[in-house]
Design a protein around this ligand. Structure first.
Ligand code: FAD
Length: 289
């Protein structure tokens, strides 16, 4: 099923994300976590993609498994910056052969050790989107950044690039994580004003341990509201308390998004079925589950 068909539904829905293992030895553990999340019957599940290509085969394999065994629509991420166009085309062929209908088309982070762009490589996500569009009938998603992408000096340029990307054939957008919903509402206003009209799915990250916070800050520079910092300060040293507080914070954010008219929220559940299940249970009446 295409995600664009799910997004027309006007009732609250959640989707969850998993990431593939970096090594074959870790595959079974990831599969088990994926299956436990699929059993929650989210509206769809996304499977991330290693920018270096190392986990690409597992992305396709896990996305197929979710769809075939659990009948949960799957969204395969695909990055392009570290692969040749031929390599990317091979993955698109595999996705097509596996009956995966949804691709999140991403550039990936620029590898620090090589020149950019490499010959016969992609430079921006819009080039990948044009390629996917020409290779089959996929529902195509792309990334957006409510606080601006880290490489963009000006938010207005970032939105102009987003508009260009969407116009290449994007069916929906998923946001980077954010911890202050006002940032999302402000971004939606600016994006709509500039003609970005496709559905935007907010991405919510339940922060369940204090180390995650350092990683988030170094990767994305996301603004951390005082209320969030107070939680990490108070409970960061107590893993169980931090998990409970992180789930509560994410639940609060999601309720506010639903209350403000958003119908679909993507949860960065990070291979943690217990976190996905707790958030779903907190919202059981709202989700009718
Ligand atoms: P682009 O849309 O190409 O944008 C990258 C930068 O280039 C931006 O600053 C943009 O403003 C600028 N730009 C775009 N077009 C132009 C242009 N024509 N001229 C000049 N500048 C331009 N990474 C992974 O490795 N694997 C994943 O599975 C993954 N999943 C993600 C899921 C989501 C929802 C998000 C938000 C991010 C994800 N990422 C993932 C991270 C992503 O790959 C990085 O953020 C990457 O740096 C940018 O990818 P993009 O597709 O947004 O790039």
């Amino acid at each position: 099923m295409k995600i664009s068909d799910i997004l027309v539904e006007k009732t609250p829905h959640l989707s969850f994300e998993v990431f593939p293992p970096k090594t074959d030895a870790a595959y079974e553990g990831v599969l088990k976590a994926t299956e436990a999340i699929a059993e929650l019957k989210p509206s769809y599940m996304s499977v991330t993609y290693g920018a270096g290509g190392g986990t690409s085969k597992n992305t396709v394999k896990i996305a197929s498994h979710i769809k075939d065994k659990y009948n949960v629509p799957s969204l395969a991420h695909l990055t392009c910056v570290s692969s040749t166009k031929e390599e990317v085309h091979q993955v698109i062929d595999q996705l097509k052969a596996s009956g995966i209908e949804n691709i999140l088309a991403l550039r990936g982070d620029i590898p620090q050790e090589s020149e950019f762009p490499l010959p016969n490589h992609y430079q921006y996500a819009y080039e990948l989107i044009e390629d996917i569009k020409s290779q089959g009938d996929f529902c195509i998603g792309a990334a957006c950044y409510p606080e601006g992408h880290v490489e963009s000096e000006h938010k207005k340029d970032d939105i102009a690039h987003l508009k260009q990307k969407v116009d290449c054939g994007v069916d929906f957008l998923t946001t980077q994580m954010f911890f202050d919903n006002n940032i999302l509402y402000n971004f939606l206003y600016r994006a709509r004003e500039k003609g970005v009209t496709v559905p935007v799915i907010p991405g919510i990250m339940p922060v369940t341990n204090a180390n995650q916070v350092k990683r988030i800050l170094s990767m994305s520079g996301t603004n951390l509201p005082e209320r969030f910092k107070a939680i990490v300060d108070r409970f960061g040293d107590n893993p169980k308390a931090m998990q409970q507080a992180g789930i509560a914070y994410a639940t609060d954010q999601i309720i506010d998004l639903f209350a403000n008219g958003i119908n679909h929220v993507h949860v960065y559940s990070m291979n943690k079925p217990e976190v996905a299940a707790a958030i779903q249970a907190n919202l059981s009446e709202i989700l009718n589950k």
